[in-house]
Design a protein around this ligand. Structure first.
Ligand code: AP5
Length: 289
């Protein structure tokens, strides 16, 4: 099981991730926790991230992508993982897609926790008070001023991911205003649906293509053409044949384009393999730093 929890600061990503860890025996990969550990250990990444995090901004994409690329290689992530706080920008989501494709892994679901902004400050302040009561250090970014900036970063840079994953028919939205237990139950239902349809996406259930027969019959051709176009950017030679196929029979193109898309993406994978290896290596270097 591989899933992403998406939501603004204080929406309950960490709370739900920990519950899912217990239920499914998979690991929680929280970029926020990893970055805070790096800050505490004063590693080069930590030194780079410290001020950005304290100001409520986002750490550069290449830094967090490097961290995640390394982390999903670890043996404890082999059975699956919950990404909590990653991806947070469209380039991060694209990098994750490439990473998973390279490892021949699929995402099972992207779950958005939707919460009214009005309750977020209250939640974050309560968490800060509980942390203080335990005698632990309160997060530098858990103040009303920084929360405002974190929310700004979320709206500007992370919210576009809702459309990104909805376009990819991966998104399922859960009402994060419900009590913690009920949110967990709802997530459980979504994950059960993903399991039942073995490999199909949770959001497929609600996708327009499923609701309308007309749309459904058009969907594969559209999807294949999109795939071909994407691969075309990466592998010009194979793309030429994909385009040719699409042009030759625009209406009955689904099958042909699908085939060409497959060819194109194969060539693209071949063409980018070397680059990915190099970037993975340098990411590893960076995170070891
Ligand atoms: P990160 O640590 O990811 O923080 P965040 O996204 O701002 O989220 P929080 O940890 O504040 O909240 P949460 O949604 O986990 O809520 P929680 O379960 O704790 O990131 C911190 C910083 O690191 C970022 O600002 C950025 O600088 C950097 N960073 C991290 N990842 C990055 C990336 N990918 N790219 C770039 N930069 C990155 O719940 C909050 C409180 O609410 C708790 O007290 C909980 O008990 C309570 N609660 C939870 N659910 C409910 C409920 N349903 N009802 C009532 N109370 C609830």
């Amino acid at each position: 099981m591989r899933l992403i929890l998406l939501g603004p600061p204080g929406s309950g990503k960490g709370t739900q991730a920990q519950r899912l860890v217990q239920q499914y025996g998979i690991v929680q990969l929280s970029t926020g926790d990893m970055l805070r550990a790096a800050v505490a250990a004063q590693t080069p990444i930590g030194l780079k991230a410290k001020d950005i995090m304290a100001a409520g901004g986002l750490v550069p994409d290449e830094v967090v992508v490097g961290i995640i690329a390394d982390r999903i290689e670890q043996p404890d992530a082999a059975n699956g993982f919950i990404l909590d706080g990653f991806p947070r920008t469209v380039p991060q989501a694209e990098a994750l897609d490439a990473l998973l494709k390279q490892k021949q892994m699929n995402l099972d679901a992207v779950i958005e926790l939707r919460v009214n902004e009005g309750v977020l400050l209250e939640r974050v302040e309560r968490r800060a008070a509980e942390t203080r009561a335990r005698g632990e250090a309160v997060r530098a970014d858990d103040t009303p001023e920084v929360l405002t900036k974190r929310l700004h970063s979320y709206r500007d840079q992370t919210e576009p991911l809702i459309h990104y994953y909805s376009d990819h028919r991966m998104l399922a939205t859960v009402d994060g205003m419900m009590p913690i237990e009920e949110v967990t139950e709802e997530i459980g239902r979504i994950l059960a649906a993903v399991g039942k349809t073995s490999g199909s996406r949770a959001a497929k259930k609600a996708s327009p293509a499923k609701r309308s027969g007309k749309a459904a019959s058009k969907a594969p051709a559209k999807k294949a053409a999109k795939k071909a176009g994407k691969a075309a950017k990466k592998a010009p030679k194979a793309a030429k044949s994909a385009k040719k196929a699409a042009k030759a029979a625009p209406k009955k193109a689904a099958k042909t384009v699908k085939k060409a898309a497959k060819k194109a993406s194969k060539a693209a994978a071949k063409a980018t393999k070397g680059t990915r290896k190099t970037s993975a290596k340098s990411a590893k270097k960076r995170s070891k730093g």
